[in-house]
Design a protein around this ligand. Structure first.
Ligand code: AMP
Length: 420
């Protein structure tokens, strides 16, 4: 299938070509025609599948058609396309896709990106003369509406991108407020990598007879990611990461840790070992986070040590390696993390560090992901610690089912009993 056969007009096909898109990805193949026709869409698609362009290309075409048909007597711009995303990084990224594709269109379209954590004033100034397309995080979007800088009553198309992340980040109430301000008659496009019950419930409330798109299972377009698990003592993990980076010559790696503190410490230790590394977490200023991501994308730094929150929405083409320094809490988070590599058809590597106390947790992630990954050791880093009965009991701490303190005490007491 080609972009033109999907119904995109020549300027949009040219924009896709200029972006280097030779042919549509599976999610684009399925979504573009439906979006052009104004249909609602419910898509299960991972970052890396080309999902942003799957809605950006047809929405730009609709915006262009509307602009060509005339913008109203005063020529004023009213936001008719609203894309809501969970994080600042994703807002910037989605905004860049829209702006990149809009560059060569015969009429200029105004695309405004707004997010919190930075001063609201420039964003208010930017919206003074109206806008065509808004990409926003929910909190700042509501702030701008409250300041009467932005009206949502002309929105014809709403996109919720990474809806699962949006609910995870606790934006449920904000979303309800946003949706309540939109015209009842509108197009809804709902993208999510996972479909937990809360996500499905939100989709059911929002969507009207949606086209359901399920990219990964149907097309087999699973990214080419090699998954490895290495047994190591917790204290030796930083040294092992350093060893792997240097031995394997990884050009860049994204290392996931559980806390902001760990992000700082691990990045610092790697830097002291001569590896350009920077932490990335929610407590850094927006300017710093953007800087780290820009430096990473431009290969000015080799390693980013990130928490899950800060790493959402990172799109670095040719990111060869993801390391789970700390294992993710849930199997869904595992999928999300490793999906940061192996993008756009590139091969990727995901390495999980497993220590005695996280072995049971690893086995559960494996089971839930239907993986069968041999636990390797690396010479010089063989673990010396073994799992205790407590570590091996329960479910390994998978989110929502982590054994309570009481469970652990009970298991420890059980293990201490003399065997009959
Ligand atoms: P996304 O899933 O939107 O985060 O996109 C992931 C990456 O795929 C981005 O770097 C896009 O530039 C790239 N991409 C999107 N559509 C295509 C296409 N049709 N052909 C090649 N690359 C694409």
């Amino acid at each position: 299938m080609s972009f033109s056969l999907l119904g995109l007009s020549p300027p949009l096909c040219a924009a896709a070509g200029a972006a280097g898109f030779k042919e549509p990805t599976p999610v684009q193949n399925q979504a573009i025609a439906a979006v052009l026709q104004g249909q609602d869409v419910l898509a299960c698609a991972q970052t890396g599948s080309g999902k942003t362009a799957a809605f950006a290309l047809p929405l730009l075409q609709r915006a262009l058609d509307a602009a060509l048909a005339g913008r109203g007597a005063a020529g004023e711009r009213r936001a008719h396309t609203l894309v809501v995303v969970p994080t600042r990084e994703l807002a910037v990224q989605v905004g860049e896709v829209f702006k990149g594709l809009a560059q060569t269109l015969p009429l200029p379209l105004k695309i405004t990106v707004v997010f919190g954590g930075v001063s609201i004033n420039p964003q208010m100034m930017g919206l003074r003369r109206g806008t065509d397309i808004v990409v926003a995080t929910p909190g700042r979007l509501l702030d701008l509406v409250d300041h009467n800088t932005l009206a949502l009553d002309a929105v014809r198309s709403l996109v919720l991108d990474e809806a699962d992340r949006m609910l995870d980040a606790g934006f449920s109430e904000e979303l309800q407020r946003v949706v309540a301000m939109l015209p009842a008659k509108r197009q809804n496009l709902f993208f999510s990598a996972t479909f937990a019950p809360a996500v499905t419930a939100l989709a059911q409330r929002l969507l009207h007879k949606p086209l359901r798109i399920d990219v990964l299972p149907q097309t087999g377009a699973t990214p080419d990611i090699t998954q490895r698990a290495i047994a190591v003592d917790p204290r030796a993990r930083t040294q092992l990461v350093r060893h792997l980076i240097q031995e394997a010559g990884w050009s860049r790696a994204l290392v996931f840790v559980a806390t902001k503190y760990a992000a700082e410490i691990v990045a610092d230790k790697l830097r002291k070992a001569g590896i350009d590394a920077e932490p990335l977490h929610g407590q850094l200023s927006q300017g710093k986070r953007t800087q780290v991501l820009d430096d990473f994308k431009a290969s000015r730094i080799r390693v980013v040590v990130a928490t899950d929150l800060a790493a959402r929405g990172i799109d670095v083409v040719q990111l060869p390696v993801v390391v789970n320094y700390d294992l993710p809490r849930s199997a869904d988070d595992y999928t999300h993390r490793i999906g940061r590599t192996g993008r756009s058809g590139e091969a990727g590597l995901a390495v999980s560090l497993v220590s005695a106390d996280t072995q049971a947790h690893w086995r559960l992630i494996e089971k839930r992901q239907s993986l069968d990954v041999a636990l390797e050791t690396v010479e010089g880093f063989e673990p010396t610690l073994t799992a205790t009965a407590t570590d091996m009991s329960g479910n390994g701490g998978v989110k929502g089912k982590r054994p309570s303190k009481k469970d652990k005490l009970r298991a420890a007491a059980q293990a201490a009993l003399p065997h009959a």
